[in-house]
Design a binder for this molecule. Structure first.
Ligand SMILES: *[C@@H]1O[C@H](CO)[C@@H](O)[C@H](O)[C@H]1NC(C)=O
Ligand SMILES: *[C@@H]1O[C@H](CO)[C@@H](O)[C@H](O)[C@H]1NC(C)=O
Ligand SMILES: *[C@@H]1O[C@H](CO)[C@@H](O)[C@H](O)[C@H]1NC(C)=O
Ligand SMILES: *[C@@H]1O[C@H](CO)[C@@H](O)[C@H](O)[C@H]1NC(C)=O
Length: 495
C-alpha cells in the first residue's frame, strides 16, 4: 500500500487526539457547515484577476507579475501572467521538490519566482500554462460568489506537497468524535461521487460511520430540501473523468466548468432549503497544483503538526505552509463583497490554512476535545466572520450563473491513472480485501485506465458497504470495522 508516510503519521495523530465528548450545538448563528475541497489550482490562477474586475482590495494580480525562464540568470526571458486560461491539458508538476523550486527559485526566500523555470524543466510549453489565469468570466460561479460573499486572499495549503495530507488537514474535523461513545457526533454526512477519501481515516471505516456516506447525486439535494443536512458535511467531488460522468474536482486535465457546476449545484440546493439561514458553504482547494501564485508562502513560525520529520534527503520538518489556494465562503451571515486577509491570532504568526477548518469547527460547536495537532491549535479561525450582521441577509442570489464547458473534447477515459487516482485504487483495494493478494500490486494499478479505476473503486466501495451492512445485521458492534478478504467472505475485526 503506497500511501505516503506523512498520511500514515497524520492518521495516527488524528486518531490519538480524538475527542471524548461532543455537544453538537453551535454557539453562533451557523449550525450547518458544508465543506467542498477541490483539487490543485492556485489562488491567482482562479481568482487573481478578480482584483481588477470585482474588488481592488483583493490581493490578486495587476497583470505585470512575471517569472524568469531561469532564476539564476537575471537577463533570461520572462513569462508573465495572462487572463486567458482555458481548458488545461497537462498537469504541472507539484511534487515536494518541484514546489520548492517554484516557491524559492534558486534563493533562500519564498520569492515565488521559480514556476516558469520548474515548468520548463518538465516540458517547454508547460511554462506558459502555469502562468495562465482564468478571466473572471470563465469562472462565473466564483465571480458571483466572490462578489456576493467572502473570499479569503491569504489562505494556504497546509503543506507544500501532495494532495492527500492537505485534504486530510481540511477534513480532520470530520474525525472529531470518531472514537466517541456519545451517540450524537458532529459529522453525519459525507456526500461522495467516486469513493469517499475520508475513508483514508481508518476510524471512518467503522460500522458506526459507514452508513453516513451517501451518494451525492441521489441525496444531497433531497437532504438540503428537507432540511436534513447535518451539522457538518463534506462533499467529495468526482476524481475520475469518464465519458458521461466527467471529473468535477478541477484537477487538470478536468474541465473547471464541471467544478463550477458542482459548486453551483451545491450552493443552489443549500440556498433553496429551509436551513439556509443557518448555513455556511466553504469551498477550497487542497493545493496549488503547480500554478503560479504571487504571495510568498509563510515559512517562519509555522509549527510542525506533530514533530515528525520527512524522509532524506530533505528531512522536511512540515514547518512551512504550501502555496496560497482559493478559499470562498458563502452564508447569509456574510456581508456582501467581504475580503478576509490574515487572522487575529491565536499567535502572531498564525495564518489561515486547511487546519483553520477543524479549528473553527471546534470553536463554533464548542467541542471540548483536544486539538488534533499543533497545527490546528495555531491556525487562524474565522468564526467572527458571522458576527457582523444582526440577521441573515435576504438578498442572497437564489441562482448562480450558468456555466459553459471550456473543454471541447471528450473525457480521456483511456488515460493512465494519476498518482492520486492510484492512491484511491489502493484505498479501494484495502476496503475490498484485494490488498491481500500479492498479485494486486502497483503493477495492476499501473495497467488500469481511468475508466477501469473508476469502475474498480465504485465496485469495491459498494462491496465494502454491503459487507458492513451484513455485519451489522449479524449483530456486529458499531465500533467494529469490516476486514474483507478477496474470497468475498467478510470478517469483522473488533479492535
Ligand atoms: C506541447 O507541445 C507538444 C509538442 O509541440 C504538443 O504536442 C502538445 O500538445 C503541447 N501541449 C500543450 C499543453 O500545449
Ligand atoms: C431567513 O431569514 C430571513 C430574515 O430574517 C427571513 O425573512 C426568511 O424567511 C428566513 N428564511 C427561512 C427559510 O427561514
Ligand atoms: C461550552 O462548553 C463548556 C464546557 O465544555 C460549557 O461550560 C459552556 O457552557 C459551553 N458553551 C456553550 C455556548 O454551549
Ligand atoms: C494534485 O497534486 C498532487 C501533488 O503532486 C498529486 O499527488 C495529486 O495526485 C494531484 N491530485 C489529483 C486529484 O490528481
Amino acid at each position: 500500500m503506497s500511501i505516503p508516510k506523512t498520511i500514515v503519521a497524520l492518521l495516527t495523530i488524528s486518531s490519538l487526539h480524538l475527542l471524548l465528548h461532543i455537544t453538537a450545538s453551535s454557539n453562533g448563528p451557523i449550525k450547518t457547515i458544508v465543506v467542498l475541497v477541490l483539487e490543485n489550482r492556485s489562488f491567482d490562477h482562479m481568482i487573481g484577476y478578480m482584483k481588477k474586475t470585482i474588488n481592488p482590495s483583493i490581493d490578486g494580480l495587476n497583470g505585470d507579475e512575471c517569472n524568469p525562464q531561469s532564476t539564476q540568470n537575471p537577463n533570461s526571458q520572462s513569462i508573465c501572467v495572462s487572463d486567458d486560461a482555458q481548458y488545461v491539458e497537462s498537469d504541472p508538476d507539484h511534487s515536494f521538490e518541484a514546489i520548492k523550486e517554484q516557491v524559492f527559485g534558486s534563493g533562500e526566500f519564498p520569492s515565488m519566482s521559480g514556476f516558469v523555470q520548474q515548468a520548463s524543466s518538465v516540458s517547454p510549453n508547460l511554462s506558459e500554462t502555469v502562468m495562465k489565469c482564468f478571466s473572471p468570466s470563465s469562472v462565473p460561479v466564483y465571480e458571483s460568489l466572490v462578489s456576493e460573499f467572502a473570499v479569503f486572499d491569504r489562505w494556504f495549503s497546509s503543506i507544500p506537497g501532495p494532495t492527500q495530507p492537505n485534504r486530510l488537514f481540511a477534513y480532520s474535523a470530520t474525525s472529531h468524535g470518531a472514537t466517541s461513545h456519545v451517540k450524537a457526533t458532529l459529522l453525519k454526512g459525507v456526500y461522495y461521487q467516486s469513493i469517499p477519501t475520508t475513508l483514508f481515516f481508518r476510524n471512518m471505516r467503522r460500522l458506526r460511520y459507514v452508513f453516513k456516506f451517501s451518494e451525492f447525486g441521489w441525496n444531497f439535494r433531497a437532504d438540503a430540501r428537507k432540511g436534513r443536512l447535518p451539522s457538518l458535511s463534506v462533499i467529495e467531488p468526482r476524481y475520475f473523468d469518464v465519458v458521461g460522468s466527467p471529473g468535477n474536482d478541477d484537477h487538470p486535465s478536468h474541465d473547471v466548468a464541471e467544478g463550477q457546476r458542482l459548486v453551483k449545484e451545491v450552493y443552489e440546493a443549500m440556498r433553496a432549503g429551509p436551513q439556509w439561514n443557518q448555513s455556511l458553504l466553504v469551498v477550497t482547494y487542497d493545493e496549488h497544483g503547480g500554478f503560479f501564485d504571487h504571495v510568498s508562502t509563510p515559512y517562519k513560525g509555522v509549527p510542525s503538526p506533530d514533530g515528525i520529520v520527512g524522509p532524506a534527503p530533505e528531512f522536511f520538518g512540515f514547518d512551512r505552509l504550501g502555496v496560497r489556494v482559493p478559499t470562498i465562503m458563502a452564508s447569509p451571515w456574510i456581508k456582501r463583497g467581504t475580503v478576509v486577509r490574515s487572522p487575529k491570532g491565536p499567535t502572531e504568526s498564525s495564518e489561515f490554512e486547511h487546519s483553520s477548518i477543524p479549528a473553527t469547527v471546534k470553536k463554533m460547536f464548542n467541542l471540548s476535545s483536544d486539538y488534533l495537532t499543533f497545527r490546528d491549535r495555531w491556525a487562524g479561525t474565522f468564526e467572527s466572520l458571522f458576527t457582523e450582521l444582526d440577521s441573515p441577509r435576504t438578498d442572497c442570489p437564489e441562482v448562480l450563473p450558468d456555466v459553459v464547458p471550456l473543454r471541447k473534447t471528450k473525457a480521456k477515459e483511456d488515460a493512465k491513472l494519476s498518482q492520486f487516482q492510484s492512491e484511491l485504487v489502493h484505498l479501494a483495494a484495502f476496503l475490498n480485501g484485494d490488498h491481500y493478494l500479492t498479485r494486486f500490486t502497483d503493477e495492476v494499478t499501473k495497467r488500469m485506465t481511468v475508466k477501469d479505476g473508476h469502475e474498480y473503486v465504485g465496485r469495491a466501495f459498494s462491496r465494502f458497504v454491503q459487507a458492513s451492512k451484513e455485519a451489522t445485521e449479524l449483530g456486529a458492534h458499531d465500533s467494529a470495522t469490516v476486514d474483507m478478504r478477496p474470497s468475498l467472505t467478510s470478517r469483522r475485526r473488533v479492535p
